[in-house]
Ligand binder design. Sequence first.
Ligand code: FE2
Length: 384
Amino acid sequence: MRTDADPMMPVRFISAAETADREVLVTWSDGSTSRFHHRWLRDNSPGALHPQTQHRVEETSRLDRWLKPDGVTVTVDGALHLRWPDGHESTFGSAWLNVHDYSAGARWQPHRPELWDGTFADRVARISHAELVSDMSARISWLRAFRANGVAILTGIEHREGIVAEIGEDLGRVRTTSWGRVFDVRSIENANSVAYTGLPLVLHTDEGYRDPAPTVQLQHFLVNDAGGGATTLVDGFKVAADLRSSNRAAFDLLVRTTMRFHFRDQDIELTAEGSTIELDPRGDVRSVRYSNHSCQPFLVDPDEMDALYDAYTTFGAMREDPAYRIQIPMAAGEMYMVDNRRVMHGRTGLTSGGGRHLQSCYVEIDELLGRLAVLERSVAVATV
Ligand SMILES: [Fe+2]
């Protein structure tokens, strides 16, 4: 029987069920009714799932379009029971049907991002590396804050080259790119990236020329004695949300215009495309890709070029505006972690000499959030 349910959701009980032409009509204890299609019920029948993995083992595309149960009853314990022509039987608990009641508007929902602006600097989640390793509830809170805000800071990190990848591997999986598994950021001669100079670094998402672009960046400060060079961060989702409400035409143009990004040196040549603001099928912002230094010439209809420059410039100016941008002076032994699909990062210019050495790596966000889900599962079990 399918019983898994959201414990926070008020549960109605099934008081009656009858089959109609293509669907079962369920009447609930509060008098409301819901429709559950025959095919949907058979497709999601507990017997159609592997008992261990809960993955479907019956082929949906082979379901008979006119499939109809022979019998529909409500059991003594209030579950919906169906008997199918081939002898298969299905039982659905009322709690499970409540959660999946698509007639009542049930839809898959993502974790909602908590948008932030230029006042957020003091509220960025911070824990020490020692806490991350030893305190599971601190680790969960920190990772949840990262999931909600797209940024988090780790402090008290041992001064050791390569430790950023060890932290990355502890959180998820490190992605190796042509920069290597770990890459150094310090001022060098003959720099192939403005990141390796002392110039200010305008806010950007990393590696727009990769497909897919890296999802999480870890930036560990091993040495930071140089003047200036504060880290700047901005919530691209907040900028996009405000642009959407203040200038819908500009927002739409940035959603539907394909940008191309490119990088080359003597060893590699990378090209990828994407829109500045990408939406998911619900129409919510899925990602922001803003990497002005690697963005190739805009190629659009001449009648749209001025509007595109206006939109791109508006978005670009908003991201640099202190109303949106936070500035954090990172110290040696600290690391920030950003969701590279959402949070743009940069730095103010270096104003004096002194050592500055950072090491970075990329981590896959699905692995990171997947590990968080396992931790949350173990906490849920411990509190039952
Ligand atoms: Fe960067």
